[in-house]
Each structure stands twice: as C-alpha cells, then as structure tokens.
Design a protein around this ligand. Structure first.
Ligand code: APR
Length: 251
C-alpha cells in the first residue's frame, strides 16, 4: 500500500510538525488559491499597501472577502482537520502551522497552543491602529448599508485579521512557526503549493535541523526535489495514514 511507508515514518517519529495549505480544506468546499477555476482567481485578495491607499479600495476588499466567505460559509472540518486534531491527542504533535485563514483547524478541536495561523484568521476583524476586535457581521452590515468600509472610532482602518500580501507577519507568530520547524524530527507539508514565503522556507529550516521532510500534495511543488519522501495523494488520505502510523505505537 502506498501509505505503508508513510505510516512507518510516523511510527518512528517522536515530534511531528505539519504545515498545511489550502489543499487540506478543499474537501470541505473551501477553494484553494491556484488550482484552475479557483474563485480566488476572480476575487483576487487585495494587497496591504493597496488596502491602505483609499476608502473605495477598502470597500472593494471587504466586498471580495464577503463574496469568498459566502462561498464557504457552510464549510466544516474534514478528515484532514480531524486527523490532525486526533494526532494532537496522541502527544506527538509539535504544532500545525497553517497558511489557511478559514478557522477549520480550530473548529476541528486542535488546541490553540498547537496551532500557528501564519496568515492570520479570517473569522474576525480588527483595527489596524488600536487593535480593537470587530465581528465580521458588524463590518458587513455597515458595508451593505452605506457601500463604505467601516472605520474605527479611533480613526484607524478596520481589516480582516488575515495577513495580506505585503503585510508583515506578527513576529511572535513567525517565531512560533520557526521554532516548530526546528523542534521536530518529522516535518510534513500537506496541501500547499509551497510558493509563498515565509511558509515555504519552513520545510528546509526543519531539514537543516535534522527533520525528515515529507510532502503530501496532489500536484508537484518547487520543494519536491528536496523532500525526503513525496506522496502524490489526497490530503485526507495522507493525514489519516500518518495518524494510523502514530496511533499504532502510541501509549
Ligand atoms: N489533497 C491534496 N492536495 C490538494 C488537495 C487535496 N484534496 N486540494 C488541493 N490540493 C493542492 C493543490 O494541487 C495545490 O498544489 O493543494 C495546493 C494548494 O496550493 P495553493 O492553492 O497555492 O494554496 P496555498 O499553498 O495554501 O497558498 C499559500 O498563498 O494566496 C496566498 O495567502 C494565500 O495562504 C495562501 C498562500
């Protein structure tokens, strides 16, 4: 069986870090970013500098965000998210470092202490100046009533709590992600095209610190030649095999 080898790798691993990309959420109906026909290619995310450049651009950024939210409003965690939450329960997971903003790892029950949301979280908004949290429904009601983006009472701009292109990742988040890459003996990159940095630097940081690098993905990635083991597979199938391997030796 193609996954026997993956289960064997999991059996001998003691500290596993998993990097996830949009490919772990497609089974839940959340489209990925670069597969042909992705609605993200239509509702292109607006970069940070552009977002700051004017009120109309901010309104358009919110319109695109809510259009995407409506596409996957009913998304629920799938087998991949559930497998990682169960892996957490077996005591061998260092962290899940996710590029996803859909909140599905948390919804699957993964402990916050084991989850690093590298690109933030699209389930709430905050003021870029004072940090105040805002419910998305509040922002959406204002946008639909006025056609304008809601600004904070402090005068700051309100943005989804995601990291936009050109926006600096919070230092603490990046430090947690790098620590998880350095602190594992098995690094699994799953459901990602591995083209966006700094996420795409983590696999080789892990290898440089002695980890075995496994890539599970439906399509080729630029890091495939560097991988110690490559599985061209579905994210859910691969992560269930990983979980089975760890569960076989847990305890
Ligand atoms: N099983 C395995 N692989 C899958 C599956 C699946 N069910 N569905 C999709 N894939 C693969 C695709 O073939 C693709 O190679 O997952 C990968 C997803 O790649 P992207 O769409 O580029 O998503 P991701 O790597 O997460 O993008 C990184 O780019 O646009 C930014 O901020 C955004 O976080 C995102 C970042």
């Amino acid at each position: 069986m193609v996954f026997d080898h993956l289960a064997e790798l999991a059996r001998s691993a003691r500290r596993i870090t998993v990097l996830t990309g949009a490919g772990v959420s497609t089974e839940s109906g959340v489209p990925d970013f670069r597969s042909p026909g992705s609605p993200w290619l239509v509702h292109k995310p607006i970069g940070y500098a552009e977002f700051l450049s004017g009120a109309e651009v901010r309104a358009e950024a919110w319109r695109r965000k809510f259009a995407m939210d409506d596409i996957y409003r009913d998304a629920r965690p799938n087998r991949a998210h559930a497998a990682l939450a169960r892996l957490d329960g077996l005591g061998r997971l260092v962290a899940v470092v996710t590029q996803n903003i859909d909140g599905l790892h948390a919804a699957a029950g993964l402990a916050p202490s084991r989850l690093v949301e590298l690109h933030g979280n699209g389930t709430y908004a905050h003021c870029l100046t004072c940090g105040q949290h805002f419910e998305l429904a509040t922002v959406r009601r204002h946008l639909e009533a006025t056609g304008c983006a809601l600004d904070c009472a402090c005068g700051g701009f309100i943005k989804s709590a995601t990291v936009a292109f050109g926006q600096t990742l919070p230092t603490a988040t990046l430090q947690r992600a790098v620590a998880a890459a350095k602190g594992c003996d098995l690094f699994v990159a799953v459901g990602s095209s591995l083209v966006v940095r700094p996420a795409a630097t983590l696999p080789q940081i892990a290898q440089a610190h002695g980890a075995v690098l496994v890539i599970l993905n439906r399509e080729a990635t630029p890091l495939d030649p560097a991988a110690d083991h490559l599985f061209r597979c579905d994210a859910g199938d691969g992560l269930l095999a990983l979980l089975d391997g760890v569960a076989a030796t847990a305890g």
